[in-house]
Design a protein around this ligand. Structure first.
Ligand code: FNR
Length: 365
């Protein structure tokens, strides 16, 4: 296989090289994986209506997100346990994002700790993804460690009181390889997920430790312990988007968790337009799930997202060549996005307007 030139090439390389346990964990969706296929397929239901003769000689892809200028509207979603893809794991991913001038989001259940990632990418824009644990003391410590380490936003995942039924993980009795650990919880026996006797050890972990009682009022609790802006991740219903704004969040990440929760949820790009409409510009809206091409980024922005995030593509980059691999993935999608913008008549992000992307049914009229 030659040098990868698109994200699909990286994915194929990872499929050939990663151990089964890790590959299945990374690639799987919930149930029969209809939503997983749809996350990607749904993008092709939208068409770009280009504009021409608009001077696209010089282009600027930068955007301001939560007050920070970033180089492009494409960042990294939190994915757990990245050292299964490459020994440098989350640190390599964060360094790549830092070099590319964009946002890296660290998962709570990472194999590199908050402090290790901060040290590896001190200048990078880092967000911390939070799961709320039954033990609120554990949750507080995570938040405070992230603050101290220079993470500048919290991404509260709201779509995972339990984990979805990922059949491959159940079949494989998924467990973290014994040389790895959940690095934010060193020395804590209840976080050992290296052994599985029945089904996925990760699901057992989530079921026993995550707080399944959390409600919207708990955002107030979170706000009482931190000054960091809170972005809720996993909103698919416009009514929840409105409630989130009332609860005082700073941003909404439209996401179906990479199709890993319930098969039958919409593709995230399908859910985006009505959520963007309900939000009406009051807070920033982002989207992740199925973004694998620069044209996807263009479509997501026209349909109401201020930026997109990617989970698996960064894992495939890591599996290929660590930090360099993630940088290549980010450079490839940046180049594709730039190319789409240039040829469709957009020299800057604000030139991408809602009327430039339509559902394919528009042309069937
Ligand atoms: C995830 N996702 C995720 N989300 C989260 O909030 N915390 C987490 O720890 C994880 N872990 C995780 C592991 C793996 C292997 C995957 C694939 C996904 C969901 C993730 O943040 C994001 O929503 C999706 O990955 C986006 O879809 P794509 O880009 O993978 O298609």
């Amino acid at each position: 296989m030659g040098e990868p030139i698109c994200i699909r090439d990286f994915e194929q390389y990872a499929y050939k090289t990663l151990p089964r346990n890790a590959l299945d964990y990374y690639r799987s969706g919930a149930g029969q994986q209809e939503t997983l296929a749809n996350n990607k397929r749904a993008y092709s239901n939208y068409r770009i209506r280009p504009r021409c003769l608009r001077n696209v000689d010089k282009r600027d892809l930068s955007v301001t997100i939560q007050g920070e200028r970033i180089s492009m509207p494409i960042g990294i979603s939190p994915t757990a346990m990245q050292k299964m893809a490459h020994p440098d794991g989350e640190c390599a991913n964060a360094k790549a994002a830092q070099d590319m001038g964009t946002i890296f989001t660290l998962s709570t259940i990472s194999t590199s700790s908050i402090e290790e990632v901060a040290k590896a990418a001190p200048r990078g824009i880092k967000w911390f993804q939070l799961y709320i644990y039954k033990d609120r003391e554990v949750t507080k410590q995570l938040v405070w460690r992230a603050e101290r380490a220079g993470f500048i936003a919290l991404v509260l995942t709201v779509d995972a009181p339990f984990f979805g039924l990922r059949l491959a993980d159940i079949r494989n009795k998924f467990a973290l390889p014994p040389h790895l650990s959940l690095a934010n919880f060193q020395g804590n026996k209840s976080t050992d997920i290296t052994k599985s006797t029945d089904g996925s050890s990760l699901s057992a972990y989530v079921n026993s430790l995550f707080d399944q009682t959390i409600e919207w009022k708990d955002i107030a609790w979170l706000k009482s312990i931190t000054k960091l802006p809170i972005i809720v991740k996993g909103v698919l219903n416009p009514e929840d988007a409105v409630t989130a704004i009332e609860a005082g969040v700073a941003g909404i990440l439209v996401s179906n968790h990479g199709a890993r929760q319930v098969d039958g949820w919409p593709a995230s790009i399908e859910a985006l337009p009505e959520i963007a409409k309900a939000v009406g510009g009051r807070v920033e809206v982002y989207v992740d799930g199925g973004v694998t091409d620069g044209t996807d980024v263009f479509k997501a922005l026209a349909l109401g997202a201020k930026m997109v995030f990617m989970g698996r593509p960064a894992l495939w980059g890591l599996a290929h060549s660590g930090e360099e691999g993630v940088k290549k993935v980010l450079n490839i999608i940046k180049r594709e996005f730039d190319n789409t913008c240039a040829i469709s008549g957009c020299a800057r992000i604000s030139d991408i307007t809602p009327s430039m992307v339509v559902h394919k049914s528009y042309y069937a009229k």
